[in-house]
Design a protein around this ligand. Sequence first.
Ligand code: GRG
Length: 295
Amino acid sequence: MLSSKFSQNLSKVAKKTDDYLKKFFFKKNISPLIKPMKYGLFSGGKRFRSAIVVSTGKIFRIDSKKLIVIGAAIECIHSYSLMHDDLPSMDNDSLRRGKFSTHKKFNEFTAILAGNSLLTSAFEILSSRNLNLTSKTKNELVESLSLCCGYEGLARGQYCDLTFEHKKISVQKIINMQKNKTGKLFGFCCESVGIIKNASFKEKKFLKNLGIKIGLLFQIVDDLIDYYGDKKIVGKFTKKDAVKGKATLVNLWGYKRSLSFAKNLKKEIENKILKYGYKSNDLLECVDFILKRKF
Ligand code: GRG
């Protein structure tokens, strides 16, 4: 069972993130791309990445307003990645978050351009004057987010995910692909807090690796949900990974062994977080949610 305190916290963070994003895009209705961008962005995502930023920030007592801005930038990139992931040339999915994927609702070129625009919006948000951080800190945030999205991060992971289809891929290669595809953005969720705090290089690296492991766990559970989940609850078609010959632990090992791997990974993550003591309770709740989630 999900703790009601966690559900309330997640809803609060989701609302604050959405409020920020609605305000950010409010005055920008002049572009015809705003409508498909908003469609992809406000289609009912959990805003879990934003919750990871806020919970990690709590450990270091960082002003939650700044954390919401960082979370909003990350959610733009996350929504962009889903819009492109659903395209016919990628995973070819017509359903996302219980609604038509953006290219089904509009068309392919619109989904590509609206996605690209959400990517650049993330950097517009991070470099904005309204974000009360020094230029040095903003530069570091922009540099780190750029690295985690592109050829060494999400795009690389997605490239491997697609090229690995219907091939026999080793466990280590699957894990590396998932760390890039999903883990790196979670890595930035945690590392960004260290950057704002002006933490040591060692601490920032620790936070980044912690986030990558959290993201890996999130992806493995996503694959478990694809195996057993209900389309109505998940908001997208399930049982696709087997048909597509996706390189996942579930397809390689089966459900039981993958679940046991996920449980051990969760323990490893919890042990790492414990060094922060009681201030890390919210982050521990987030990690707990990952294995309990049904959507
Ligand atoms: C984004 C820079 C960039 C490149 C595009 C298309 C692509 C490269 C990457 C796709 C990566 C991808 C789709 C990863 C899947 C991650 C995942 C488990 C998504 C589901 O996340 P939830 O459950 O979704 O948080 P909601 O709908 O709640 O937001």
